[in-house]
Design a protein around this ligand. Structure first.
Ligand code: SIN
Ligand code: FE
Length: 292
C-alpha cells in the first residue's frame, strides 16, 4: 500500500441508475477518493449567471440549503432569482443522492441528506484563521458539531466555467495519520464536554471520539512541518468532474478553484459494510479499547 490516498477514476456520464458504477462501498470505506471525470452537473441556460460571487451574501462562505426544509442561507438577490438559485441547488441534492445510492446500495435507507452547498467564491480569497484554513491538510471535524462517530460522505462537482480545476492536495491514509498524533493527544479536561454543551458552544455532547477527531484536525493544521513534508499528492478536479470522499477519513486541502457544488450525507458507521474501517474503528484498534 502506498503512503498517499488513492484517487481512482470511473467512466460514469450519468447521475441516474443507468450509470455503470455500483457497489463501490469497499473502495470508499478504504479511504479512496472516487473521481468521475465525465460526470458534469449540467446547468440550464438561465442558471449560468449564478456562477458569480455576487450571489453570495458576503457573510457566509457559501450558499447552502438545509434539509429537510430546504431553506437557503448565504444568498443575496430578489425573490425570483433566489427561487431559481434554490432550484439549481435542489437539483444537485437530488442528483447526487440518486448517485450515492447507486454507488453504495449497502447504505440505502441509512444515508441522511445534510446540507447542499454552492460555492461561487474563489478559494484563494478566503480569509481564515489557521483552524478554519482549508488550504491546510486536514480531516473534517468541527468544534461546534460533534459527530459521535457518524460518517461524513461528500459529493463534490466542479462547475467552473473558465476551465479552472479545483486544486486539492490529498495526504496520508487515516491510520498513518492517527498514529502520527495519537500518542501526544491528552484526554479532554473532566467536565469540559459538559461545559461546552451547556454554554451552547457545541450542539451536543463532545465525546471522546469527537475530542480525538478535533485534535487530529487541529494538530495537523497547526503543524507546519507536517503540512510541508508529510506524504501528499496534488490532485486536480477539472470542470465537469465529480468526486466522492469520506471527508472525515481522507486527508485533504483545497488549494485553489472557484465554483463548486457539494452535497453532504451522514451515515452511521454501524451501517457501513465494514464499520471497523471507520475512523472510530481505526482509533479504537490503535488504542486497544472502545471509545465513548
Ligand atoms: C474542504 O472540505 O476542506 C474544502 C473543500 C473545497 O472547498 O474544495
Ligand atoms: Fe475539509
Amino acid at each position: 500500500m502506498s503512503g498517499v490516498t488513492t484517487v481512482r477514476d470511473f467512466p460514469d456520464r450519468s447521475w441516474a441508475e443507468d450509470g455503470p458504477t455500483r457497489g463501490a462501498e469497499a473502495l470508499i470505506e478504504a479511504g479512496e477518493v472516487l473521481r468521475f471525470p465525465y460526470l458534469a452537473f449540467a446547468l440550464i441556460e438561465s442558471e449560468l449567471r449564478f456562477r458569480d460571487p455576487r450571489w453570495a451574501d458576503g457573510k457566509a462562505k457559501n450558499i447552502s440549503l438545509r434539509w429537510p426544509g430546504g431553506d437557503m442561507r448565504g444568498a443575496a438577490g430578489d425573490s425570483r432569482d433566489l427561487a431559481a438559485l434554490k432550484a439549481m441547488i435542489t437539483r444537485y441534492a437530488e442528483q447526487s443522492e440518486a448517485f450515492a445510492l447507486r454507488l453504495f446500495p449497502h447504505y440505502r435507507g441509512h444515508l441522511r441528506r445534510g446540507n447542499t452547498s454552492f460555492r461561487p467564491l474563489d478559494v484563494a480569497g478566503r480569509e481564515a484563521s489557521w483552524r478554519k484554513d482549508d488550504t491546510r491538510l486536514h480531516v473534517d471535524a468541527f468544534p461546534s458539531n460533534p459527530m459521535h462517530g457518524t460518517r461524513l460522505l461528500r459529493v463534490f462537482c466542479n462547475v467552473n466555467p473558465a476551465g479552472r480545476p479545483r486544486e486539492w492536495r490529498v495526504g496520508e491514509p487515516f491510520e498513518a495519520h492517527a498514529k502520527r498524533y495519537l500518542p501526544a493527544i491528552k484526554r479532554a479536561l473532566p467536565g469540559s464536554a459538559w461545559l461546552l454543551e451547556h454554554a451552547g458552544i457545541t450542539k451536543r455532547r463532545r465525546t471522546e471520539y469527537d475530542h480525538l477527531m478535533l485534535q487530529l484536525h487541529d494538530r495537523a493544521k497547526a503543524d507546519a512541518a507536517f503540512q510541508k513534508t508529510s506524504p501528499q499528492a496534488r490532485v486536480d478536479f477539472a470542470p465537469g468532474t465529480t468526486w466522492v470522499v469520506f471527508s472525515d477519513q481522507v486527508l485533504h486541502a483545497a488549494m485553489g478553484g472557484q465554483h463548486m457544488m457539494e452535497q453532504t450525507f451522514y451515515l452511521d458507521a454501524a451501517h457501513q459494510q465494514r464499520p471497523e474501517s471507520s475512523p472510530r474503528g481505526t482509533l479504537e484498534r490503535l488504542l486497544g479499547r472502545e471509545l465513548r
